[in-house]
Design a binder for this molecule. Sequence first.
Ligand SMILES: Nc1ncnc2c1ncn2[C@@H]1O[C@H](COP(=O)(O)OP(=O)(O)OP(=O)(O)O)[C@@H](O)[C@H]1O
Ligand SMILES: [Mg+2]
Length: 166
Amino acid sequence: MGRILIATDGSEGAAAAIAEGLDLARRLDAEVIFAAVRPPVPDFLGEPLYQKRLSDDLAHARNALEEARKAAEQAGITSEYELLEGDPAEEIARLAETRDADLVIVGTRGLGAVAGALLGSVSSAVVRRSTRPVVVVRQPGERRAEDEAAAGEATPTAGNAGPTAA
Ligand SMILES: Nc1ncnc2c1ncn2[C@@H]1O[C@H](COP(=O)(O)OP(=O)(O)OP(=O)(O)O)[C@@H](O)[C@H]1O
Ligand SMILES: [Mg+2]
């Protein structure tokens, strides 16, 4: 019996983390806490943009937790929810300690998903900050780091590689 903390921003990347986390929870007979962190809205937005952004972000985080809840329910796993505000990685790492999580699970990518980057800023910061073990889950079909590297090297080395090319 243990406790697994799964962080979700409602993205495809987080969905992979949720699927893996629920599978682990089932196999380890662990309970699950889902966490969504709403980053602070910048003051400079001013009204009414500030309020709009606040309620949009809140609705998004609630939706993310609701999707996670459904997935857990379908998997027959007991789960709890935390909607936090602040720096996502900091809040996730802190929650892992206060709730005594045995494992923290994040996706490689989230909503920000920029093509080419392998690890988002939140997942890499969670790995750096967390005192609890962290599992980073790749999305199905996502390219591997080695493939990225190989793709990057293929072009410059193709024309001048070894004796056969000469
Ligand atoms: N606000 C958040 N609340 C909870 N979990 C989050 C949040 N943001 C990211 N995560 C977790 O971290 C994982 C990776 O997301 P991350 O934000 O690092 O990548 P990204 O959005 O692609 O890149 P970036 O945010 O750096 O532009 C997500 O799959 C999710 O598990
Ligand atoms: Mg992000």
